[in-house]
Design a protein around this ligand. Structure first.
Ligand code: SD4
Length: 329
């Protein structure tokens, strides 16, 4: 397909007409907290969150900070060769190039992000250095790569993993652009956590949408969209179709709703309602939110069924299924 043809298709697919198929609306769960955990508490999106939480928990227990914990935790996922949506082994853009986005934030407002980065295995660590060593919040593309080089990050070969190469070759047969959003399984990892003293931090890292346009950046590195943390209130992170999440400043919205008195669960549900209202073609859009507040309450909600998250608290750990706006038929 020509670039112009692809672009037309993309516009039609992403911003197409309203829902063609009526979907059953969920009812009943509004306001009920998914759970209240003791502190410390670590939460991560999807089932790859279990291994990431395990590492974050270990780091926190070794006496390191909550920022160290959320950075080290998601590095496990960035390293996971089986993961097709996080790290350099993730699915490439339509030109066959894998580009990564990541952000990190502390509860005192410090934050850093990188976007559209190539050849860097741990974009989350680069995002942290943007936060700690530069006067900026976000570096992108070649500038981010140059900063990585200056900071001594090794540059990885740009070779797709075997799995990603196979999937890409298969995709090229039609070159059809569809936002391939995983409804149940693996996706972006967003991690939010709180230490025993109530200090919070969050991290978010992804290879973004498979077969995206070259240069496309999603919600994950956008502070307020994919991640937001405020020690005075709570933290939120997002997964799913970044465009739909950016449109409503999803994570910031959730933290602000909690500031106004909503529980994490109520805030996630309200954000999903807003997202459903502001995005057409909703039957093809999956997005999920995960939030915690300073009292250790947490909640999650998604557009469609299938979203889950990993929870680590004292003496308790495991996967929790999120509710969703649309129900399984
Ligand atoms: C993005 N939210 O880039 C991320 C990726 C994601 O499937 O969750 N992808 O839109």
């Amino acid at each position: 397909m020509t670039m112009l043809g692809r672009r037309k298709f993309l516009i039609k697919t992403v911003i197409g007409a309203g829902a063609a198929f009526p979907l059953a609306i969920a009812e009943g769960s509004f306001g009920k907290p998914v759970g209240k955990g003791s502190m410390p508490l670590i939460l991560s999106t999807w089932d790859h969150g279990m291994a990431a939480n395990e590492r974050a928990w270990e780091v926190l227990n070794s006496g390191k900070s909550i920022v160290d914990a959320v950075e080290e935790g998601v590095k496990v996922t960035e390293n996971d060769l089986d993961n097709l949506s996080v790290g350099l082994q993730g699915l490439p853009d339509r030109e066959g190039i894998t580009t990564l986005d990541a952000s990190i934030m502390r509860g005192d407002g410090a934050c850093g992000a990188v976007a559209f980065v190539r050849q860097v295995k741990h974009p989350i660590s680069l995002a942290r250095l943007v936060m700690e060593k530069t006067p900026h919040v976000m570096l992108v593309g070649e500038g981010a790569r140059q900063f990585a080089l200056a900071e001594g990050f090794p540059m990885e070969q740009e070779v797709l993993s075997e799995k990603a190469e196979r999937a890409y070759q298969n995709w090229k047969k039609t070159s059809e652009y569809k936002p391939v959003i995983n409804i149940e399984n693996h996706d972006t990892i967003g991690m939010i956590g709180m230490d025993a003293n109530g200090k919070m931090a969050g991290s978010c890292t992804t290879s973004g949408l498979a077969y995206k346009m070259h240069g496309r950046v999603g919600d994950s590195p956008i502070i307020g969209a994919g991640l937001f943390v405020d020690d005075e209130v709570g933290a939120a992170t997002a997964t799913g179709l970044g465009e739909s999440i950016i449109r409503i400043s999803g994570s910031f919205l959730i933290v602000e709703l909690m500031r106004q008195g909503r529980s994490p669960q109520e805030a996630c549900e309200e954000a999903v309602r807003r997202l459903v209202a502001k995005n057409s073609n909703i039957e093809n859009i999956q997005a999920g939110f995960l939030a915690l507040n300073k009292d250790g309450e947490f909640g999650a909600y998604a557009v469609h069924p299938g979203f889950n998250f990993a929870r680590h608290a004292l003496g308790e750990r495991g996967m929790v299924n999120s509710g969703s706006h649309f129900k399984r038929k």
